[in-house]
Design a protein around this ligand. Structure first.
Ligand code: FAD
Length: 329
């Protein structure tokens, strides 16, 4: 979808100034999904001296096609929404280090050191940690061998490769049904396989997907092996009630079986819950003073763009309050 009068240029944000290593920033934002970008806008408007450290811009939004539940847009292409977020952040000229993951965050006295995978270290008085989630892997024989050779975790990226082909989608939630919509667009024959008896996706998505003629639903089934020579050719599927196993010839398998929080950089620093999510209170405070967290990586339920953006704004305001109250700015 085009927006008259707005130039959506995603390349320019990558060229923005890099953060300086010898500066003590008031705030370091880790990640650049909706939580981080919202935090950045709120912090920049408070004139906080900040920098962004991230692998990419957009986070999980880069993996979907259409967004229909972000207030103000009945339907917007996900890349366009990311571009709009980027444009907004870019207007504040915030320095950003792009492409290198943060490895670990440590705190000494009142200061944080953020260590990147390439050995670079940045220092900050506060950190807003917003690293989101990653896909849960399918752990069956063949599950690792064929990633990129018929096994995909990203329908937005890979659905066009399987036009008119026969594919399996594993999962029963919103992501599985959104993946189905991407594959319907390329006229694939789809088998949706769910471990559970219930399909957990939103009713509106279920209704839309069920209209498609070339889709089959297999609940209470699991994939136990993926086979092929150089790429996926078939899989063995098991009925969890009867134990019956059968082989299905297939061109691709899309895996949508949930997400895991990217909390490793803070696992030795803050309190995590059993799922590995960063525990936050209603002000986005973690168990460590000065370290705030927002979005999908946290214990806040309902992982959605609008929720991450709202939490990101809250984290920035909370961090600002902390800086002011502790007379750090
Ligand atoms: C297929 C799919 C479809 C979806 N559809 C919708 C939808 O229609 N509507 C909706 O509201 N939500 C949807 N979602 C959910 C939505 O995308 C997420 O809730 C949202 O993106 C979370 O925002 P976030 O900022 O918390 O994390 P993310 O978007 O995951 O961003 C995390 C950021 O952290 C960075 N990062 C991660 N690890 C590190 C590290 N070690 N060092 C530095 N940076 C790091 C990443 O590069 C990224 O920039 C969908 C998700 C998926 C997977």
């Amino acid at each position: 979808m085009e927006f008259p009068g707005i130039i959506l240029d995603t390349s320019t944000i990558i060229q923005i100034q890099k953060p300086a290593r010898n500066i003590l920033y008031d705030m370091l934002i880790v990640g650049a999904g909706p939580a981080a970008m919202s935090a950045a806008v709120y912090a920049a408007r408070k004139m906080i001296n900040l920098a962004i450290l991230t692998i990419d811009f957009g986070g999980l939004m880069n993996e979907t096609t259409e967004i229909e539940n972000y207030l103000g847009f009945q339907n917007i292409n996900a890349r366009d929404l990311v571009s709009r977020f980027e444009e907004h952040v870019k207007s504040f000229e915030i320095p950003a280090n792009y492409g290198v993951p943060v490895k670990e965050i440590k705190k000494k006295d009142d200061f944080f050191s953020v260590f990147l995978e390439d050995g670079t270290v940045y220092s900050g008085r506060t950190v807003i940690f917003t690293t989101g989630e990653r896909h849960r892997e399918l752990r069956v024989p063949g599950g690792r061998d064929f990633v990129g050779k018929g096994i995909s975790y990203c329908a937005t990226c890979d659905a066009p490769l399987f036009r008119d082909k026969k594919v399996i989608i594993i999962g029963g939630g919103n992501s599985a049904f959104t993946t189905a919509l991407d594959l319907i667009r390329v006229n694939a024959e789809i088998i949706l396989v769910n471990l559970m008896k219930e399909w957990q996706a939103d009713e509106i998505l279920k209704q839309r997907v069920k209209k498609y003629e070339k889709i089959h639903f297999l609940d209470n089934h699991e994939i136990i092996r993926i086979e092929g020579k150089d790429k996926v050719e078939s899989c063995i599927i098991k009925n969890r009630d009867t134990g019956e196993e059968k082989r299905i010839d297939i061109d691709a398998i899309f895996i949508e079986i949930g997400l895991l929080p990217n909390s490793a950089p803070v696992k030795n620093l803050v309190e995590l819950n059993e799922e590995g999510e960063v525990i936050v209170d209603c002000l986005c405070r973690t168990s460590v003073r000065g370290l705030f967290s927002a979005g999908d990586v946290t214990s806040v339920p309902y992982k959605q763009i609008i929720i991450s953006a709202g939490e990101g704004a809250k984290a920035a305001l909370s961090a600002y309050d902390y800086l002011v109250r502790t007379s750090l700015i």
